[in-house]
Design a protein around this ligand. Sequence first.
Ligand code: GDP
Ligand code: IMO
Ligand code: MG
Length: 431
Amino acid sequence: MDNRVIIGGQWGDEGKGKIVDALSDKVDWVLRYQGGANAGHTIKVADEEFVLHLVPSGIFQPEVRCYLGNGMVIDPWSLRDEISALEQRGIRVRDRLFVSSAAQLLMPYHRRFDELKENKLRRKSIGTTGRGIGPAYLDKFQRTGLRLGDLLRAPETLERTAIEKTLAANEILSDFFDAEPLSARTIAEELVDLAEGLRPLIVSGYELLRGVRERTESALFEGAQGTLLDIDHGTYPYVTSSNSTVGGALTGTGLPPRCLGDVVGIFKAYCTRVGNGPFPTELLADDGDLLRKLGGEYGATTGRARRCGWFDLLAGRYAVSVNGMSGIIVTKLDVLDRIETVKVATTYQIDDERVDLYPVRGELLARCRPQYREFAGWERPTTDCRSLTDLPAAARKYLEFLEQELGALIVGVSVGKRRDQMIWTDTGVTT
Ligand code: GDP
Ligand code: IMO
Ligand code: MG
C-alpha cells in the first residue's frame, strides 16, 4: 500500500504536480479533494509541458484512475475544456476520470462575484485567482449551491434550476454590486449541453472508492494550494476558501483516516507567494527579481509574478506539525545553484522580542522581522544529480539543516522540472 497525502508546505506552487506525477505510477488512484481551478499544477512529461487546474496530476500514468472529490468546487466549463485540451494532446482522460456527485458546481456568476468583490476591496483585496472559488464555497456553506449530481437530472429540471439560481445571482449583481445581469437562459442552455458530456464521469464516491476504503486499492491524495493558504490554519483572510491542510483529504473524499497513509509535505528550497498577505521572508527589488527569474516564478493559473523570498523555518515547522508530516520533499533546489549566499529564516523579531513559534495571527506576522542564518552557496549545477552523494557538499549541508530544523525526514529532492530529475532517499539526508 503506497497511500500518501501530498500537501503544500508553503503558499502553494511548491511543485506538488511534479511530485504527484512522479509518484503516481505506484498507485491505483490519484484523488483531488479540495479547491478548484485556482490550482495550477505544471507537469513536464518528456519534453512536453502540461498545466492542470482540475484534472489530477496522475493522468499522465495511463493505468491510474483519477477522481475529483466532494470537497472540490468544479467549474464544468473549465473541466470540459481541460479534458478536451488533454485529449487533443493524446492523453486518454474519459474512462479514467471520475467526479463526485457531491462536489459543488462552480457557476459563471461565482467568477463574476469573485471579480467584483476583489474590485470592491481595492487595496485590501486578497489577490484571488479570479476563478470564483470563494463565492462557490460560500454557496456551499450557505446551502444554496448546485452540485455535480444536479447535472444528472432531467434536462428541463436542470435548465429550470440553473435559470432560478442565475436570476437569484443577478439580484445580488444589481443590488449589491450595481453590475449588469448575466444571461440566465444562455447559462442554463450551456449547462444542459455540458451535462450531456460530463454525465458519464459523475459517480458516487462512496461506491467508486470502495476499494480504497477496504484497502484493496491504493491512492495518492493530491493537495492543492498550501498550508499557509488554508482557510482555518493559513494567513487569514489572505487565504483560499478550503482546507488545504490534511483534514481536507478526509472531508473532501469521505474516506476514513486509516486510508491516508503518510503525510508528505512539499517545500520549495526557498519560498514564493502569489496574491496579497504577509510574507516575512519576502525579497524585494533586485533580490526578488533574481529568484523569480531563476525559478521561472510566474503563476500557472494567472501568469502573475510570484513574490519570492527565503525559506522560512518557523512557517515550515508550523506546516510540518499542523499536518503531521512524516516526510518532506524539497523541490527546485537547482534554482539556488547560482546563488552565492543562501539564507534561511530561523527566528523572527517583533519589536524587541524574539519569536520562535510561528504567529498564526496575520497582523502579528506582518510585523515580524526575520533573523537569518546564511549558507555558502554551492554554485554548481545540481540538475543531473540523482543521489545525495552526487550533490555538492554545500547543498547537502543546506538540506541537512532543513531536515534537522523541520523535524521531518527529507524523502526526496527535486532538481529540475522533469519526472526523472529527482533524488529519492528513504532515510533522510542527514548522515
Ligand atoms: P504546484 O502548484 O505545487 O503543482 O506547482 P506549480 O506547477 O504551480 O509550480 C511549480 C513550477 O516549478 C512548475 O513550473 C514546475 O514545472 C517547476 N518545478 C517543479 N519542480 C522543479 C524543480 O525541482 N526544479 C525546477 N527548476 N523547476 C521545478
Ligand atoms: P496551487 O495548487 C498559489 C492564492 C491566490 C490568492 C489566494 C486566494 O497551484 O499551489 P482563490 O482564487 O483561491 O480565492 O485565491 O490563494 N492561491 C494560490 N496560490 N498556488 C495555488 O494553487 C493557489 N490557489 C490559490 O493567489 O492569494
Ligand atoms: Mg501551482
